[in-house]
Ligand binder design. Structure first.
Ligand code: TA6
Length: 299
């Protein structure tokens, strides 16, 4: 098991530092002039993004697990090779195995722009036998500046087509779910996954109850307007034609052991996906990049 000390020797710098948290998981701190990012090797999960002079942009549950084989509740979970429940076997973990696996650093450093980057990788050889179902190379490239970019690069290294669904399942830190509004999906069609009905979005999205929607055929940038924090959080994307919007509200929060009963007030998910009709198939040798770019603007 590689140590933070060994990782600092190979990838560390005055802007990149690996450390082992009390719960035993290793994460990297990316410290750029414009802001700071924290990325766990477990699941290649961005845990937080704190632009200079701002509140944390990403949300983390106080009740999150930080254990091998379990998902971390918050930040940007990497959902792959399936989004939601497995299409054929509901006994398999929700949102696939990428977020449950230990990824390895592949590259780290500073971009000419001054952004600080870390690249993590996952191969079939690195995952538990029960998930050995394809030849793939996954990379997650995180770049931190005054913005945060997270790009999941999926490569088909096998001789057969590779089909999957995916999402960068971003949890955002907000002042109060009943005060925010999300724009950008106006007029888009969405599936309300709570009752599988189809609707067209009229105007901004506001929250008064459990909300779990898959917006289809949209490459739109979403904007979370948060008057309580006096800021807009801009969620742009590339390589995605589907966006999921989720808040569990109270009853579902109480059913999740790794989610505080009242934490739903202070989080919302805007998820950058390849899900629903936007699932992808890669031919041998082909790759695809699913990217989210996050920026917070005070007002
Ligand atoms: O955000 C969409 C969703 O599929 C919701 O239905 C909810 O289950 C959420 O993901 C969290 O899933 P998780 O497996 O992380 O508890």
């Amino acid at each position: 098991m590689i140590t933070a000390q060994e990782l600092n020797r190979e990838f560390g710098s005055d802007r990149i530092h690996f450390h082992t948290a009390p719960h035993g998981l290793i994460s990297a701190e990316l410290d750029s002039p414009g802001g700071k990012g924290v990325v766990a090797l477990h699941g290649a999960q961005v845990l937080n993004f704190i632009p200079k002079g701002q509140e944390a942009v990403l949300w983390n549950s106080e009740k999150s697990w930080f254990e091998p084989g379990k998902p971390i509740r918050g930040g940007i979970p990497v959902c792959w090779p399936w989004f939601g429940s497995h299409p054929d076997d509901s006994a398999l973990p929700s949102h696939g195995f990428a977020r449950l696996s230990e990824w390895k650093p592949a590259a780290a450093g500073e971009c000419r722009s001054g952004a600080v980057f870390l690249e993590l990788k996952l191969t079939p050889q690195m995952i538990a036998d029960k998930f050995k179902n394809a030849d793939f190379l996954l990379k997650l490239r995180v770049e931190v500046s005054s913005k945060l970019s997270a790009a999941l690069i999926i490569g088909n290294t096998g001789k057969n087509d590779l089909s999957y669904s995916a999402a960068l399942h971003s949890y955002f830190n907000i002042s109060d779910i009943s005060r925010i509004a999300i724009s950008g999906l106006d007029d888009s069609t969405f599936i309300d996954t709570l009752d599988n009905t189809i609707h067209r979005q009229q105007g901004k999205i506001r929250f008064t109850a459990e909300t779990d929607r898959l917006y289809e055929d949209t490459a739109a940038t979403c904007v979370i307007d948060d008057p309580g924090f006096r800021r807009r959080v801009i969620v742009a994307k590339n390589g995605s034609r589907s966006t999921v919007i989720w808040n569990p509200w109270e009853a579902k929060s109480r059913r999740m052991p790794d989610f505080g009963d009242t934490e739903f007030h202070n989080m919302v998910c805007v998820e950058t996906a390849n899900a629903g009709t936007d699932t992808r198939t890669l031919t041998p040798g082909e790759s695809h990049t699913l990217q989210v770019i996050i920026e917070a603007q005070n007002y």
